[in-house]
Design a protein around this ligand. Structure first.
Ligand SMILES: *Cc1c(COP(=O)(O)O)cnc(C)c1O
Length: 366
């Protein structure tokens, strides 16, 4: 289908009205998450006839979409999330961006969108970060969060895969997720709703999965919880993941367990990286099914000592409590456990260039 013949270089057309340096510095001093956007964005267009073309880094601006654009009606959309990290010497790096490129291609396939070649994905983030280098914060656990996404722009209300698609990357400076130290989250076990079913879109990173998670997330908030945890759709018994993060259990022997990829779990790059880093450190690691009963019994017996969630945005978040209509479980002391802290530190040290990158995961952008 894809008629891409020429490599996409994402040449930069610089903005003539960038944010003033003083205002940018003010934003970078306390960006929070997802509030502010840089001066540029990367874009490319795909049509069934011409493949990928019109690639460029252009000034950040609203999109003009026909009200009948397919994405607005049938949610034909996929996205990615990764970060650019500034190292102590000023250089800027991405963590395993090839894995994001491959996952975007897998997600696109599931949503009947065209695949963007891996080199084009890498060029888009390299060029955007080059154009907006001044927006990459330094210090603490700050970063420039990158959000590549693909939408069906064809103006057509019939139900079929769109013949016109747009790929974009926007960038948003992000502060330390845990400015005041690691704060455990509480999670609500969703029993009324599931996130994804086998054969559905759970293993694709698409906006529709997030839309479906918002109501259970509201229920979590009504029960005083920060996040929601989903179980499998068929038996409502097997732990899957949170709305946007994978989950890990730490056992009293120091081993770590995460639910095996079931077909409806999103394959997190943080999840995969922690399996490797924990194994490197000599820990036993396991991917297998974990039931809610095992979780309850494990906490009661002391076998499960820590629980944490992981994803690019928050890296590793300790889970202090699990709340459900059947009661409440408190993990360990309810704070961040030592294994959670150690794994988090190890991963951050690789990402920020403070620890040897033995797996070749870091890719220099600037
Ligand atoms: C993005 C995402 C994750 C985490 O993936 P990372 O690659 O580690 O950022 C986990 N679950 C869901 C549903 C996601 O969308």
């Amino acid at each position: 289908m894809s008629a891409t013949t020429t490599a996409l270089g994402f040449a930069i057309s610089p903005s003539t009205s960038p944010v003033a340096a003083a205002r940018r510095e003010e934003i970078l001093a306390d960006p929070g998450f997802g509030n502010f956007f840089t001066d540029h964005m990367a874009t490319a267009t795909w049509t069934a006839g011409a493949g990928w073309h019109d690639d460029a880094v252009v000034p950040y601006a609203p999109l003009v979409l026909d009200p009948s654009a397919a994405v607005l009606h049938y949610a034909q959309e996929v996205f990615e999330g990764l970060k650019a990290y500034r190292h102590a010497d000023g250089s800027v790096w991405a963590f395993r961006p090839e894995a994001n490129a491959r996952r975007l291609a897998r997600s696109a396939r599931r949503l009947a969108l065209p695949e963007l070649p891996e080199e084009a994905f890498l060029a888009s983030i390299e060029q955007l970060v080059r154009a907006d280098e001044a927006w990459v914060p330094s210090g603490g656990e700050s970063s420039l969060y990158l959000r590549p996404f693909m939408i069906a722009t064809e103006a057509f209300l019939g139900v079929r895969a769109a013949r016109e698609v747009r790929y974009l990357v926007i960038a948003s400076p992000a502060g330390s997720y845990f400015a005041g130290g690691l704060k455990p989250v509480s999670i609500w076990l969703s029993q009324d709703y599931t996130r994804a079913a086998l054969g559905g879109t759970g293993s694709a990173k698409c906006g529709g999965n997030y839309a479906a998670s918002l109501l259970p997330q509201q229920q979590a908030a009504e029960h005083g919880c920060d996040q929601v945890c989903f179980v499998d759709a068929a038996e409502r018994r097997w732990v899957e993941e949170l709305g946007g993060m994978n989950i890990y259990f730490v056992h009293d022997d120091g081993s770590i367990v995460t639910p095996a990829l079931s077909g409806s779990i999103l394959e997190g790059i943080t999840r995969a990286s922690l399996l490797q880093l924990a194994a490197d450190a000599g820990r036993a690691v396991e991917e297998r099914r974990v039931s809610v009963e095992e979780w309850r019994e494990g906490v009661a017996s002391g076998r499960i000592t820590e629980v944490f969630a992981c994803g690019t945005a928050a890296v590793i978040t300790p889970v202090g409590r699990l709340v459900s209509p059947d009661g409440e479980l408190v993990h360990g002391t309810g704070g961040a456990g030592p294994v959670t802290e150690e794994l988090r530190r190890t991963l951050l040290d690789v990402q920020y260039g403070r620890r040897e990158d033995t797996h070749g995961w870091m890719r220099r952008l600037v």
